[in-house]
Design a protein around this ligand. Structure first.
Ligand SMILES: CC(C)(COP(=O)(O)OP(=O)(O)OC[C@H]1O[C@@H](n2cnc3c(N)ncnc32)[C@H](O)[C@@H]1OP(=O)(O)O)[C@@H](O)C(=O)NCCC(=O)NCCS
Length: 244
């Protein structure tokens, strides 16, 4: 999974489905519990975006900011990410455990991180067609920074949902609570579909999405490069119209 905080939008180009499965794809689909019947390969009956619709071509800046409003849960406060968070987050972001299954790399300095997050404060992609949303997850009790959640919205679709919780807080349901809160918040603002890509092997991340009612829809072979090695990814989709 490529996290939106890296501000790289190349990942939006989803590879087309191969005309025929290779033996490797068939194995992978069995490994992740997807049916080998062609009809179950993907649940995308409609394109993610319809470029004839104005809302899919243009993201209003005020709307993008409203989508990135703060969110709270019983244990957590999710704040819109700003350059001011960089100094608080930089140290914990150096932990290599975080990056085992993701292509993102640790920030090189607090200033570089602050610069990147300052550029993201407009909440809009440079082309003006997507909202780039990111929240810092903090403890509601003492304000400790626990990680972050991000997503990228075009029209009524949230692509590339990403999340990181710092290793010292793993296994306490923090990711499920934070990601569930963001998903609920976006759905209350009209988002109908969420898409996340998870590297094959990242079991904890898959479990978070399973618990939140996402469905595994397809395997994207060699879709991500993590420290020079190609990795397959599983696409997870949560679709309001399917009653997820
Ligand atoms: C994925 C991640 C966000 C999960 O954070 P978390 O706060 O520990 O998640 P939760 O506690 O809400 O849920 C984790 C679930 O995975 C399970 N789990 C954790 N490690 C596991 C493993 N190796 N095998 C099987 N299940 C595992 C936990 O038991 C829990 O499920 P349960 O509630 O049914 O017991 C965290 O591990 C992380 O930040 N990883 C590094 C960054 C990353 O990979 N992000 C995801 C990118 S797709």
């Amino acid at each position: 999974m490529q996290l939106a905080l890296t501000q790289d939008v190349e990942h939006l180009a989803f590879p087309k489905r191969a005309a025929r499965d290779s033996p490797r794809q068939r194995l992978l689909r069995r490994a992740v519990g997807l049916s080998v019947e062609a009809g179950n390969w993907s649940t995308h009956e409609i394109p993610l975006f319809d470029l004839t619709r104005a809302q899919d071509r243009f993201m209003d800046s005020e709307h993008a900011k409203a989508l990135n409003a703060g969110v709270t849960t019983s244990r957590l406060v999710l704040e819109p990410c700003t350059s001011a968070h960089a100094a608080l987050m930089f140290g914990a972001m150096q932990d290599p455990e975080i990056y085992r299954w993701i292509s993102m790399v640790p920030p090189t300095s607090p200033d570089a991180l602050a610069d990147a997050w300052a550029r993201a404060e407009s909440r809009r992609s440079p082309a003006g067609d997507r909202a780039w949303l990111s929240w810092i997850v903090r403890s509601a009790g003492d304000g400790t920074c626990l990680g972050w959640v991000d997503s990228e919205v075009g029209g009524c679709v949230a692509l590339n949902l990403g999340y990181v919780i710092y290793p010292s807080h793993w296994g306490r349901g923090i990711a499920t609570e934070a990601v569930g809160a963001v998903v609920g918040h976006l759905e209350a603002h009209g988002i109908e579909r969420h898409v996340a890509l998870v590297t094959v092997g990242n079991t904890a991340s898959m479990r978070v999405l399973d618990k939140l009612g996402f469905e595994r829809t397809r395997v994207l072979v060699a879709n991500d490069t993590i420290r020079g090695e190609l990795h397959d990814e599983i696409e997870f989709v949560r679709d309001v119209r399917r009653g997820a």
